[in-house]
Design a protein around this ligand. Structure first.
Ligand code: SF4
Length: 216
């Protein structure tokens, strides 16, 4: 049963990565929303450096909505696509002020209508800032789900759907932290480190059967 295999894998990963968590830093749902918009195709560490400056200067949604676009651009410039991201950040803040009285809506349908917010971003905010069961599929979670053959899909939305069927609802968020850490630190895109992988025995990926030898 695939439900049992994934449950077993998650319990091994829980022991291996007790520190697994979202690596973006935030204090409020709004900060997480903005950090996640900025994190598209960017490293979390770099996003954290940028948001530290951004949230120090603009401490609430209204001040960010009213901030001059050029000033936001200047702060987020270390990130790729910074002009587009700056626009998304300002526009998302403005819509939250105008349509939701300054509060991030805890609803997938509402979140995905905000500028720069897709399903993955919305799920990250719901799961990590609101504690609502959600299953965001980022590049790491998606790759691991494919290699473990929990999904044969290529689109993150379909992978999310497949994982939802296999993992109990209350474990969705934690599962994304654990699978994300596995993908980030062991099951890496170019060369998975199967010889150090704690779930190698449960993995059908060909590399797992012929593990790369440890470096001497
Ligand atoms: S055994 Fe290898 S391919 Fe399978 S999950 Fe671990 S690192 Fe990834």
């Amino acid at each position: 049963m695939e439900e049992e295999r994934i449950a077993h894998i998650l319990s091994i990963l829980e022991e291996h990565f007790p520190e697994a968590r979202l690596l973006l830093e935030f204090r409020t749902p709004f900060e997480l929303l903005i950090a996640t918009i900025l994190a598209a195709q960017a490293q979390d560490e770099r996003v954290n450096q940028v948001t530290k400056v951004l949230f120090q200067k603009y401490q609430d949604v209204l001040s960010l909505a009213q901030a001059p676009l050029e000033e936001i651009e200047h702060i987020v410039r270390p990130l790729n696509y910074y002009r587009q991201k700056a626009r998304f950040v300002k526009e998302a803040a403005r819509e939250i002020v105008e349509k939701f009285r300054g509060e991030v809506p805890p609803s997938l349908e509402a979140l995905v209508k905000l500028p720069g917010v897709g399903r993955k971003t919305a799920n990250i905010v719901l799961g990590n800032a609101f504690g609502i069961p959600a299953l965001p599929v980022d590049t790491h979670v998606g790759r691991v789900a494919q290699r473990l053959q929990f999904s044969f899909a290529s689109s993150p939305d379909k992978i999310e759907e497949d994982l939802r069927q296999l993992i109990p609802r209350e474990k969705w968020v934690r599962a994304t932290h654990l699978l994300g850490f596995l993908g980030r630190f062991i099951c890496q895109a170019k060369k998975p480190l199967c010889h150090t992988c704690p779930i190698q025995a449960f993995c059908p990926y060909p590399e797992a059967s012929f593990p790369n030898p440890p470096r001497s």
